[in-house]
Write a protein that binds this ligand. Sequence first.
Ligand code: ASP
Ligand code: MG
Length: 411
Amino acid sequence: MALIVQKYGGTSVGSLPRIHHVVDKILKTRAEGHQVVVVVSAMSGETDRLVALAQKLSITPNPREFDVLLSTGEQVAMALLSMALIDKGCPARSYTGAQVQIRTDSVHNKARILEVEGSKIQADLASGTVVVVAGFQGVDDLGNITTLGRGGSDTTAVALAAALQADECQIYTDVNGIYTADPRIVPYARQLSQVTCQEMIELASQGAKVMQIRAVEFAGRYNVPVRVLSTFKEGSGTLIIQSLHKDHSIVSGIAYNRDEAKFVLRGLSDLPGIAAQILNPLSDAHIEVDMLVQTPSINGATDLTFTVHKRDFNQVQELLENSSKTLKLDKLEGNDQIAKISLVGMGLRSHPKVASTMFHTLGVQGINIQLISTSEIKVSVVIDEEHLERGVCALHEAFQLGKEPKEVEIN
Ligand code: ASP
Ligand code: MG
């Protein structure tokens, strides 16, 4: 007998027939002899609806009350699911985050889980009851309801699995697993049977939005075996593992991101303190800078290039125009028609050939690389947005990602 935490996302519980389907899946797991703890998201569209309601009422909704409101979506889903289980003769009980004591800090709308109290759940499980917990929410030291940020039910599931020392945390969603590339762009993308936590974090943060990044980080920190799989199609999904398997491929997947914009400051004086003068106003405004490159100076002048999220484009433009009044600068260029492609894989650190193959492949396609950044397990390039699909497909082909790793040779 194993203890399994199953998390069902919004589309999986998006209608009453779908809730019935989830009930069948839970009953099947139980019939196999396992104990089940279920974490549910709000029915699809519900959290968006609640956000819109609050924003119609108030320009800056009070954060505490906003969390009280948002947490109701999951409460509806957990009650409906438990009712449906009970009607099928399966003992079930639902709990909100506060009821099971998912204790968080007090940062409303983006709270972090500090501790999970498992005793209530353990007692229910011991009596053969299926426990259904509302995802995405917790309670702070003062008893206020908090929420964990969009997509936070994944984190609830992983945290519960860690606290209960579950044998597996299954994240049921509307995709079959993690792919070598977005199947909408690369039709012959292959589903990965396993991926490491580190790769998954890169794939998720680089644009493969299957699971909340915090949840993957949590799984890595607490050694929780997580499996991503489809609610609607049978299959074993993708297992997120802690460390490398011997058959692991060098490149696991390709991620892309269309959400970034690029700024170039040309002809800056190359003096101490200039980069800080430019970037401090951005960090003061909580704007995250992703890639950042300064070119070697020629005659005391240098160029600074960086990327930010597209939604911050106008604000960054304004901030830079402001600081350029006091800076010596030839030109300020902003471009929001860019895209980033990243190759992700544990083998990258020991295979320098990967980066050169990537650059060569894009070169053959006539795709110009505007920026490059590398880390231990990732190589990212910024290109013109219009070449994104072609670039991803060419790279997928070049690294033979459609084939099982054993068949691929990169020297
Ligand atoms: N319902 C929340 C959201 O839509 C949390 C979740 O689904 O994980 O973001
Ligand atoms: Mg989700």
